[in-house]
Design a protein around this ligand. Structure first.
Ligand code: NAP
Length: 309
């Protein structure tokens, strides 16, 4: 990275915020890392983990000296947090975020900022199903995409700073409009999470198969959905409330395709099933080839027998 920032302030020290704090330290991206969180228990963990130079619950104190402020709170809270901190930003300080939805979130935050504070929204496409400051790690963003959605006319220097910061964390940066981001993420992330939440919910409500059978025989495929369905309820509630249009559009397509599959099964159309399953296998190979997944069997899980070594 070209420039080392003097102070970066991170608001919300959960999985993503604490990973950025750790990465900023590990890769030398800022002289000073400030952690801001509303929760004293989170701040105590941040101090114990030693991942920030200052840990405070005061937004005003936390952001006042920052060159770059990154909002790592749930998307439903980004607008309100931006409104509260905006008067305390120094001239030229850049505001960014990591929200999983961009359109409505960008609009909610941008309206509160003074013209001398550029807003460069970002979304690292990396995560796990865990939450909180203990779940973060410095290498979370290595070789993962980070999408930035700079508003028209925003300062080029600010875009370059945010790009360099994410590259410093090991990410590959791509730029797109907020609207396109929300469509792409609706199909690659939001609808898959909805499907996982739905199938796990359906299994939990069945009367003909017991809960213990569902758990016992979960290695048949169900288990892989439960990992996604264990994701943070606040974060995902906010994603579906704020990316409503794009998710509904993709769900419309999904429901049509599911109906076609239902018909193929009902009519014994093996060719249609085989053709689809062959195409989907190729997509998986493409993801592995791009380094976004491991080719190891069973998602690279350690074998049970290896665990006891
Ligand atoms: P997380 O682990 O649950 O952490 C969120 C943090 O924000 C917590 O410290 C939380 O404090 C704080 N917070 C919640 N509501 C707040 C409010 N109204 N005002 C101030 N602070 C508040 O969540 P995360 O997974 O890091 O997600 C954070 C952001 O990253 C979200 O916008 C999400 O869309 C985005 N993101 C997540 C992933 C992922 O896979 N997890 C990937 C990419 C981007 P409390 O403990 O008090 O609630």
């Amino acid at each position: 990275m070209g420039t080392v920032l003097h102070t970066v302030a991170i608001v919300g020290l959960g999985l993503i915020g604490s990973s950025i704090a750790r990465g900023a330290r590990t890769y030398g991206l800022a002289d000073r890392v400030v952690a801001v969180d509303r929760d004293e228990a989170v701040l105590d963990r941040v101090r114990a983990l030693g991942i920030a130079d200052l840990a405070t619950s005061s937004l005003a104190d936390g952001v006042t000296e920052a060159d770059l402020v990154i909002l790592c709170v749930p998307v439903g809270a980004i607008g309100a947090v931006a409104a509260e901190l905006a008067p305390h930003l120094k001239p030229g300080a850049i505001l960014s975020d990591v929200g999983s939805v961009k359109g409505s979130v960008v609009a909610a935050a941008a309206s509160h900022l003074k013209p001398e504070n550029p807003f460069v929204p970002a979304h690292p496409v990396a995560g796990t199903e865990y939450s909180g400051p203990d779940s973060g790690f410095a290498t979370l963003f290595q070789n993962r995409w980070c999408i930035i959605t700079p508003p028209e006319g925003v300062d080029d220097g600010a875009v370059a700073t945010v790009t360099a910061f994410w590259e410093g964390l090991g990410a590959i940066v791509e730029t797109m409009t907020p609207e396109h981001h929300d469509l792409v993420l609706a199909i690659t992330s939001h609808v898959p999470h909805l499907i996982a939440y739905n199938i796990v919910g359906t299994a939990a409500d069945l009367e003909t198969v017991t809960q213990s059978e569902v758990i016992k025989f979960s290695a048949g495929g169900f288990r892989d959905f439960t990992r996604i369905a264990a994701s943070d309820p606040t974060m995902w509630r906010d994603v579906f409330l704020t990316n409503k249009e794009a998710v509904l559009e993709m769900l419309g397509r999904f429901n049509e395709d599911l109906s076609a599959l239902t018909k193929a099964i009902r009519w014994g159309d093996g060719d249609a099933l085989f053709e689809l399953f062959t195409r989907t296998r190729a997509i998986r190979k493409g993801i592995v080839a791009m380094g976004q997944e491991t080719a190891e069997p069973d998602f690279g899980r350690a074998r049970l027998d290896a665990k006891s070594d």
